[in-house]
Design a protein around this ligand. Structure first.
Ligand code: F6P
Length: 538
């Protein structure tokens, strides 16, 4: 397979040592020229080493890779998830389209009916018409993992200011501590448990669901009445004992990590109400419309993808930090880790050939300003370059605390400015000289205070974090991952890489219990299993 990035790699050789500040000096309009807008979002990528020639090559790459054709195929329900022979239509759940055909069937009528059932259930619960044994529902526990947890958990936190329903809780880890600590303060008589699993076979979720059922059965006469299920395997939900009126199904053409728009978002809908949930979907639909219609040079998902590929593939930076200056986006980096790394962490192309370049980057991050007091040291002065993606809102949602939000925003801009500008040795020396240092000690101390600068970052700015802007933000990242995947030539919609560990864990459980022989295991695994058996008194 040919390396698609070859022309860009050649271009990068000629520009990689250039300072980004020189690009600003050469082009007074750079901040305008290397930025684009979509609805409420402004994406500024001027603080990168991309110039007009580089952008031309990146845009040509998107054309050559067939992004437009693949995009049309995705939105029209073609089976672009080729290793699972599935369409990729999470966008249908937020689509205003009258009809979308998959295998000749219109998927929209049943989908609209499910959304209406969800809204009816959410309203009944919020208004106290659907009740637990002890009265109105006060708490909702969503049990799921991966996409069946991260999406609603991330979004529920992001929408805290809009929460006006029962308290939401999220249990994902099979570690008993997670469900124990979550359920301990709750009253089973006024709690609804939602079992969220696309496959309804995931061991973590089914184990936690069983634990929750036992917890509830201690107090509630008919625990099934306080359970709901979300799955694309509705036959299995009946086997678990959840009655069909509280089962919300979806088709397998919605990937787990793309499923927050589907019934997997039920907990969020209960927490913020169906109307706010519809605004969340509408924000995403607006981003879909932009992605479908804007020319690539002004298309936010395409631009985010191209800038990402420039850093990851062309300049070779292995990681990407996502740094939201919004405390309520604290779970966004974790959400994006699954979205990006489960989608684009693949080592073979669609046809099974080895990739002649790396797969997608390692994605990580924390909200600012907390990260500043933790890992930004390395970002500023470490020897490796970490491209940073700042996400920031102009205004907070607490009018009385706008002075705090202003400080937050100032910190965000200061970080990208510091990364760009750095601090030269002369400046650091002058500062230390003013403090009274001289000679060799002055030189030594000054060197510790040098910032190399010329470190790339992008800034995504919007007004406020609302359900609409959150929807747009998530859709923006979904499509960015899609475009990166198309250009890498991989299938972004399967996740075979998670299977091996699941199989081995199943086989190891009996070894740890002493019921099976671990002789075939490697020496380390055998020794660890033996020590664990000893510690557990087996
Ligand atoms: O193990 C990975 C994975 O399949 C994810 O892709 C998915 O989001 C998660 O597990 C949960 O799967 P399910 O919703 O089927 O329980």
């Amino acid at each position: 397979m040919m390396n698609r990035f070859a022309p860009l790699l050649a271009h990068a050789e000629t520009v990689k040592d250039r300072h980004i500040l020189d690009l600003f000096a050469a082009d007074p309009e750079r901040a305008r020229d290397f930025a684009a807008e979509a609805g409420p979002f402004l994406f500024d990528y001027s603080k990168t080493n991309i110039d007009a020639a580089g952008m031309g090559l990146l845009l040509a790459l998107a054309d050559q890779a067939g992004v437009a054709e693949r995009r049309a195929a995705m939105f029209s329900g073609q089976k672009i998830n080729e290793t699972e022979n599935r369409a990729v239509l999470h966008t249908a759940w937020r689509s205003p389209a009258e009809s979308i055909l998959v295998d000749g069937h219109d998927v929209m009528p049943p989908l609209r009916a499910t959304l209406a059932r969800m809204a009816e259930f959410a309203n009944a619960l919020r208004e106290g018409r659907y009740r637990g044994q002890g009265g109105a529902i006060t708490d909702v526990v969503n049990i799921g993992i991966g996409g069946s947890d991260l999406g609603p958990a991330m979004a529920a936190l992001a929408c805290t200011a809009f929460a006006n329903g029962p308290q939401l809780h999220f249990v994902s880890n099979v570690d008993g501590a997670h469900i124990h600590d979550t359920l301990a303060p709750l009253n089973p008589e006024t709690t609804l448990v939602i079992v969220a699993s696309k496959t309804f076979t995931t061991i973590e979720t089914m184990t936690n669901a069983e634990t929750a059922r036992v917890w509830m059965a201690d107090v509630v006469k008919n625990p099934a009445t306080q359970f709901a299920a979300i799955s694309s395997a509705v036959d299995k939900t009946a086997a678990f004992g959840i009655p069909p009126e509280r089962v919300f199904g979806f088709e397998d053409w919605v990937g787990g990590r793309y499923s927050v728009w589907s019934p997997i978002g039920l907990s969020l809908m209960i927490g913020i109400g169906p109307e706010a949930f519809a605004r969340f979907q509408a924000g995403a639909a607006a981003m879909d419309a932009h992605f479908l219609s804007a020319p690539f040079s002004a298309n936010l998902p395409v631009l985010l993808a191209l800038v990402g590929l420039w850093h990851n593939q062309v300049l070779g930076h292995a990681t990407r930090a996502v740094l939201p200056y919004e405390q309520r986006l604290a779970r966004l980096p974790a959400y994006l880790q699954q979205l990006e790394m489960e989608s684009n962490g693949k080592r073979v192309s669609m046809d099974g050939a080895d990739l002649p370049y790396h797969s997608g980057p390692v994605v990580w991050g924390e909200p600012g300003t907390n990260g500043q007091h933790a890992f930004y040291q390395l970002i500023h002065q470490g020897t490796r370059v970490v491209p940073c993606e700042f996400i920031v809102t102009a205004r907070g949602l607490e009018p009385d605390l706008e002075h705090q939000h202003l400080l937050l925003v100032a910190n965000c801009l200061a970080q990208s400015e510091a990364l760009l500008r750095g601090r030269a040795l002369e400046e650091a020396t002058a500062i230390m000289r003013k403090k009274g240092l001289e000679g060799a000690e002055l030189e030594r101390q000054a060197r510790h205070r040098v910032f190399p600068g010329n470190r790339p970052s992008t800034t995504l700015l919007f007004d406020q974090l609302t359900p609409e802007t959150l929807g747009g933000l998530i859709a923006l990242y979904e499509h960015r991952v899609f475009v990166e995947g198309v250009i890498l030539g991989i299938n972004s919609f399967d996740q075979w890489g998670v299977e091996l560990g699941k199989e081995l864990a199943l086989a190891l459980a009996p070894v740890l219990e002493g019921k099976a022989d671990g002789a075939a295991k490697d020496g380390s695994t055998r020794a660890l299993a033996e020590r664990i058996r000893e510690l557990r008194g087996l």
